[in-house]
Design a binder for this molecule. Structure first.
Ligand code: PLP
Length: 376
């Protein structure tokens, strides 16, 4: 792999990864938009299933893509569940506030999970979701750990597809921007008892997402006093609580002049994740082999869709060893000293690939910037 391989992987993910897997590619037909308040028959083979679509009477002016997660589309999807009645009909309706009971247990005990995926507009003007079934699977396993009910994954994905179809004009005509989809699953249990919810709400909102991808590689702050996740915990799930409780460490990282936390684990300071990204090290390993390595999915790592795609893609290239293995700070520091580190980068839906330039650890700043060329 050449210098700036993170960039090659980024480009490869963007251009070639879609056909790698069960990636779903949908082509949209604008003439097929639903009429106001019509009932949609579900996908073939699921005759009893009905989606209700209430189109917004007024459409918002679409702003230029600026920051992430502030400009939401015209519609949203909601699906209510209760232990007595099961799942209600999915409802696509104008984007708006939720009305929640003040004792709702997602507000008090963070009984909540979510997902994040994107829809891109290609040069051919077709819209593509990136490996969405991986997000559906991950959401189902997160929900299981939060004691939220099981849902029909292909059916839910079909509802998302319909929502995207309705708001398709929001998908930017740009290589650098996309539409971010945020499926969210909350307990709507109306009591203060800490218990398995009897009521829940699955909903989906969508917003504009600009590029996170730029030449400014990330600087990380690694301090073992904070732990993102632990064995037997929920670090392998996308639960809101995992993120809220990481803010304090992030604040300290920023106070120390860094952009993100490099999360360490255990007495040997294992490298686990960088901010909300999986982490990869491309290096000459202890045995002199060229290796792309990332920590294994042992319960404390979020099984990233981008992580899996990088593993699939680079294994398919067959150019170097690709491993899921433990990496410690002392291994990284020796490799840096011996100039065996070729690149280090984070991966995630938000940025795809984000190169790492500095790591502040044990009172020293370890500089990785000499291994990157400035031009992209
Ligand atoms: C903690 C954490 N790790 C890794 C990732 C990357 O996952 P993905 O590639 O599915 O976006 C995310 C992104 O949501 C995350 O929150």
């Amino acid at each position: 792999m050449q210098t700036n391989s993170w960039y090659h992987i980024h480009t490869a993910l963007y251009h070639t990864c879609f056909p790698l897997s069960s990636s779903v590619i949908w082509d949209y037909d604008a003439s097929n938009l639903p009429h106001k308040n019509r009932q949609d028959k579900g996908p073939p083979g699921r005759g009893a299933f009905k989606r209700i679509v209430q189109l917004s009477p007024t459409l918002k002016t679409k702003p230029d893509v600026s920051s992430f997660g502030v400009d939401f589309t015209d519609h949203m999807l909601t699906i209510e569940w209760s232990s007595t009645e099961g799942w209600k009909a999915p409802l696509i309706k104008p984007f708006g506030n939720l009305s929640l009971h003040p004792a709702c247990s997602s507000l008090h005990y963070a009984i909540q999970v979510f997902e994040g995926l994107k829809v891109y507009r290609g040069d051919d003007n077709k819209l593509r979701l990136f490996r969405p079934m991986l997000n559906m699977n991950r959401m189902a396993s997160s929900a299981k750990k939060a004691c939220l009910p099981a849902f029909d994954q292909p059916e839910f994905l079909e509802c998302i597809r319909r929502l995207v179809e309705i708001d398709q004009d929001w998908v930017p005509h740009s290589y650098n921007a996309s539409l971010y989809i945020r499926p969210t699953f909350i307990s709507t249990e109306q009591s203060l008892g800490v218990k398995k919810p009897c009521r829940a709400l699955l909903y989906v909102i969508m917003c504009l997402a600009g590029t996170y991808f730029n030449t400014n590689a990330a600087s990380l702050w690694a301090d073992p006093k904070y732990i993102r996740a632990w064995k037997g915990g929920t670090g392998d799930c996308k639960m809101g609580g995992n993120y809220g409780c990481s803010l304090f460490a992030l604040d300290e990282a920023v106070d120390n002049g860094c952009q993100q936390v490099l999360w360490l684990y255990g007495d040997d300071h294992q490298i686990t994740e960088a901010g909300t990204m999986n982490v990869f090290l491309f290096w000459i390993n202890e045995d002199g082999e060229e290796e792309l390595a990332t920590p294994p999915l042992d319960g404390i790592i979020l099984p990233g869709v981008t992580r899996q795609s990088i593993l699939d893609l680079t294994r398919n290239w067959g150019e170097f060893k690709v491993s899921e293995r433990y990496l410690t700070m002392s291994q990284l520091c020796s490799a840096l000293k011996q100039q065996r580190v070729k690149e280090m980068f984070g991966s995630g839906t938000a940025c795809m690939i984000c190169p790492i330039r500095h790591i502040a650890y044990n009172g020293q700043v370890r500089n990785l910037s000499n291994i990157y060329k400035e031009e992209i």
